[in-house]
Design a binder for this molecule. Sequence first.
Ligand SMILES: *Cc1c(COP(=O)(O)O)cnc(C)c1O
Length: 362
Amino acid sequence: MRAWEENIRKVIPYVPGEQPKQKNVIKLNTNENPYPPAPGVRRALLRFSDFSYDNLRKYPDPTADALVESIAGYYHLEKDQVFVGVGSDDVLAMAFLTFFNSSKPILFPDITYSFYDVWADLFHIPYERQPLDEKFRIVKSDYEKKNGGIIFPNPNAPTGILMELDEIEEIVKQNQDVIVIVDEAYIDFGGISALPLIEKYDNLLIVQTFSKSRSLAGMRVGYAMGNKTLIQYLNDVKYSFNSYTMNQIVLAAASEAVKDEAYFQGTRKKIIETRERVKKELKKLGFSFEDSMANFLFVTHEKYWARDIFEALKRSHIYVRYFNHPRIDNHLRISIGTDEEMDRLIAFLREYLEERKEQGKA
Ligand SMILES: *Cc1c(COP(=O)(O)O)cnc(C)c1O
């Protein structure tokens, strides 16, 4: 090791799902929305290139006012209750940096979004993982011990399991001396948001994203909602880090995704319907899973190893997610695609399992 390496901040980075280069793959590995963004987004992009191209010389609005206003309007909040960032990953990283500054450990589930421990390590935030129960549910009483803050997704990822609102409220209520962050990346697929609780609890921050339910993973838009003091603290950290997080193109186009309510409801409904149908099909094939309220299913097979199924799927250009982590290394996370994509997945699995059965007999 060279002497200078000793002083380097070393991290084990988060590993995102694969983005295969080849076309014609069925991509069910990163929970992207299978449907395009709202048509208004496309119109705004065209308008931007026709009329505002020259503006790219200038810095964008550091307050991202147009986008903040659209989000605040949609959720009936004041503008000073909304913070926006480059995907919710950026928002969450800022929130870790801002709110988790105690010498006591922050708490989050042992099986959860695998970015949380990466940020905690990066920012030198102490943390303790709280084990999910044997059915992968969050155990509320684990979050009653002394801590420096709490974060969990609802529905949880990669399990898809939704926690009831009264249980979330109980956690927030028991922890009014610290900030509780609820990461609602998947809340639009059938869950009930804890957002109304921000009026009652000033220690609650809700984080959502345009990446999943609004089909804009490629644009990178996330946001946090909470009382204005929390948002002010977040903005102070953001302005101490990078003033211009949201670029002009995002500011011109992203708002359109919240304006087209009919389109949003339509795609949301389609994904939920497909998910419910796929649940039945996978059960018939011998897969089991806890009930998911997200745009993915987290499944295990009664007879065959998840890893083998994952490899076989990949060989036929169907990508799902496999995590080589303790407790979940016999599971697959399968994003909900279009009906046609899911039919092809199911057809493949049916044939694959049939073949394995034959091999077993031989
Ligand atoms: C996808 C995801 C995010 C982040 O998504 P962005 O694209 O950065 O908005 C955050 N939390 C969870 C649990 C997710 O699954």
